[in-house]
Design a protein around this ligand. Sequence first.
Ligand code: CMC
Length: 428
Amino acid sequence: MATITEMNETVEMRIGKETYSLPVVTGTYNEKGIDISQLLSQTKHVTLDTGFKNTGSTMSSITFIDGAKGILQHRGYPIEQLADQATFTELMLLLLNGELPTQQELSTFEDNLKAHVGLKGGLKRLLDAMPENTHPMCMLSVMVNALPGFYRANLDSWSDEQVRWDSIYFILANLPVMTAYIYRHHHRLAYIDPDPSLGYVENFLYMMFGEVDEDVADALDALLVLHGDHEQNCSAATVRVAGSSHVNLFSAIGAGVNALWGPLHGGANQAVLEMLEAIREDGGDVERYINKAKDKDDPFRLMGFGHRVYKNYDPRARVIKKYVDRVLGKLGKEDPVVDIAKGLEKAALADDYFSSRKLFPNVDFYSGIIYRAMGIPVDMFTVMFALGRLPGWISQWAEMRTNNEPIGRPRQVYIGPATRDYVPIDQR
Ligand code: CMC
């Protein structure tokens, strides 16, 4: 049997008659982490933590979350302030460099992004070759994963600082291009070339719709800021683990795109809208769906509710909820699912099942309603999430490489059959 007791900045672990001393690391806000990096060699034991629910994989200085209090900060700045006051390109530099940029630094950065806009014709032909009804996240995955083939000079995207930044500028500059092209291919519309005179978000909207509404651009900028980074979530952890093999940046980001797609992660924004629509078509009986979500024999879950880290209202959801009425009002749009969403939230927050498990609306609960009001189709929502999350993925990758972290390689506890002899097929 093992017991753990904390002693100053070490903890003691007793296994059988042996006592081992494990160092404790302390974070900015006094969070404690037991450093078990020598555990296996010292004790012949590994830890077991399926889903990494209690396992810190790194010491990071990018994003801080206090899930119990509902706090999210990037490089120390509260998300509410960033969403209201920072632009998405400003956030990119904050995440990448650790400090808010000066006006000069921001202008140079934006010029560099513009200088990198443009995809080789072969990539467009690759997209053209895909059936129009392919899911947009599959199209994004194909395009991002094809980049190393088209931009071979970036295959080692770390050793040389100039190549590194070239890779970073390139993918940041062109993910909006890919997203717009995917949308247009999906809807059998002609591609619109980028307009270098426009800002990052405006240019994206222009390539999507051929016109730019400033109110939409402002709201989208804020939505992208809200998605910028979220510490060691499923896709960021995937980017870090894939990148820890020293694969190029594009391929590490491609791994993150695939991880994001699932409905338990970035795919939840699409799943929320589909759920709200299904409830509306079914007569709008919110209580029935609350009961389904609570029923352990029913696979239905309330999409957009619950979070691995937040055991309080997701601060991003709070900001997005503010934007729902603002954006719909400004665009003069009404959406019948808004009332269903608000009704679901009210019923869930008043229900003991959800409050006892600390299940609150997450970032995906209201974001889809805004995307749809902007004219972005439901199956593009997760691609929009990827667009917002890209600077976070790059920053997590860069931090992992800067720290020279070892290759990500978890252990396991093997519970399969013990050694046995091969039986020839005619004797089985
Ligand atoms: N509806 C109904 N019950 C739920 C829900 C939900 N949305 N989420 C969690 N629960 C229950 C779950 O059944 C379990 O109950 P019990 O203790 O009785 O077995 C308890 O709450 C704990 O849930 P868990 O699945 O063990 O928690 P987790 O940390 O493994 O999963 C989650 C977190 C986000 C995957 C989960 O809450 C979920 O599936 N939510 C719906 C999908 C969703 O909205 N995902 C977007 C996450 S935010 C965007 C992002 O960062 O990707």
